[in-house]
Design a protein around this ligand. Structure first.
Ligand SMILES: NC(=O)c1ccc[n+]([C@@H]2O[C@H](COP(=O)([O-])OP(=O)(O)OC[C@H]3O[C@@H](n4cnc5c(N)ncnc54)[C@H](O)[C@@H]3O)[C@@H](O)[C@H]2O)c1
Length: 312
């Protein structure tokens, strides 16, 4: 089966595409940055084309040429830094271009990345897991745009009967993550590369999920013909930065990690308690223990600098 992946040369996409190929699918990836050494060894099952999701002609012409039955959109600006006009073109118009092209071409299933950021701060909910049906409290550009993407997907579903499914990844982690939430990542990767790290609040809470796990979630949901729901929380491991530091120190006793304040970050943390029972029950996903993933990231970083792996 042919699959069209937009934004597939990024952090998550380069994990999703090999998983699709391993399942026997063929992939056309469209990205504004078509350079992807990680996809080079996948042979003729994958082609990468340069295209801009903000340009409807690029999206529909490449989607049509791919003859895709399924589409996934991972292109986005991960941050609050873009001027409003540029952010709207990429995050809002880009997503709409994907949905509209999929509608015109009769794509069977379209999957897109939302985010836990639609929920805003955990303090809106108290200390309880947040479900997909909870009110969305996002106020910043990134989270507000994701919330609008979810509305737009529902509008296409309601008015055109399309199958469109959103995944809300939590704080994705991995050795090469450089955009989005990175404090919980740098807390592992910098000590693994022999560098010091200092962060403001030891008590700040995060909900990391390894990039291999979220890639698996995207693939399983994409390959379903008609998921039972329009949106799924990925969930992950609720944990404080202080506790991540303790895991890292367990593997790297000389890790140079410091915090400006031992308390005070918990109240201002984003959504970190997440109910993912919908995804778990329907798709049977199980994540490897977070501690194992920390060791995996440490060893990925050590391999880059020619150091031997640490045994778990
Ligand atoms: N990484 C995380 O922690 C995280 C968490 C929650 C949600 N998400 C969502 O998952 C998706 C993928 O995230 P990621 O971490 O792989 O991001 P990424 O920035 O690594 O990848 C995004 C890709 O989109 C491409 N792109 C940017 N502008 C484009 C344009 N105009 N046209 C075509 N392609 C364009 C980029 O070149 C890049 O390859 C995003 O929607 C992101 O918001 C990520």
């Amino acid at each position: 089966m042919a699959i069209f992946v937009i934004g597939g040369t990024g952090f998550i996409g380069i994990r999703v595409i090999p998983m699709l190929v391993a399942r026997g699918e063929s992939v056309v990836c469209m990205d504004i940055n078509p350079t992807a050494p990680a996809l080079a060894g996948l042979g003729d099952k994958v082609s990468v084309v340069r295209g801009d999701v903000t340009q409807f002609d690029d999206v529909i012409s490449n989607m049509e040429a791919s003859k895709a039955e399924r589409v996934i959109n991972l292109s986005y600006n991960l941050g609050q830094d873009l001027p409003p006009h540029r952010a709207t073109k990429l995050n809002i118009v880009g997503m709409d271009n994907c949905f509209e092209a999929a509608r015109i071409l009769g794509v069977k299933h379209t999957v897109y990345a939302s985010s836990l950021a639609v929920n805003g701060q955990q303090s809106h909910f108290g200390e309880r897991p947040v479900t997909e049906d909870d009110y969305k409290h996002a106020v910043v550009q990134y989270g507000a745009h994701k919330a609008f993407n979810e509305f737009q997907a529902k509008d296409y579903i309601d008015k055109h009967g399309m199958t469109i499914t959103g995944i809300r990844p939590a704080n994705v982690t991995g050795p090469d993550k450089v955009r989005g939430s990175v404090d919980h990542v740098n807390l592992i990767t910098r000590p693994a590369r022999g560098e010091a790290i200092s962060l403001p609040f030891a008590d700040a809470m995060r909900c990391p999920i390894h990039v291999d796990d979220i890639a698996e979630v995207f693939v399983r949901v994409l390959m379903a013909d008609k998921p039972a729901h329009a949106i799924y929380n990925s969930g992950g491991q609720p944990i404080s930065l202080k506790d991540i530091a303790a895991i890292v120190r367990g593997f790297l006793p000389d890790a140079k990690i410091s915090f400006d304040k031992e308390t005070g970050g918990r109240e201002s943390s984003g959504n970190w308690m997440i109910d993912n029972s919908r995804l778990v029950h329907e798709f049977g996903v199980q994540y490897r223990p977070y501690r194992d993933r920390v060791l995996q990231i440490i060893n990925d970083c050590r391999a880059e600098i020619g150091e031997p792996p640490i045994k778990g």
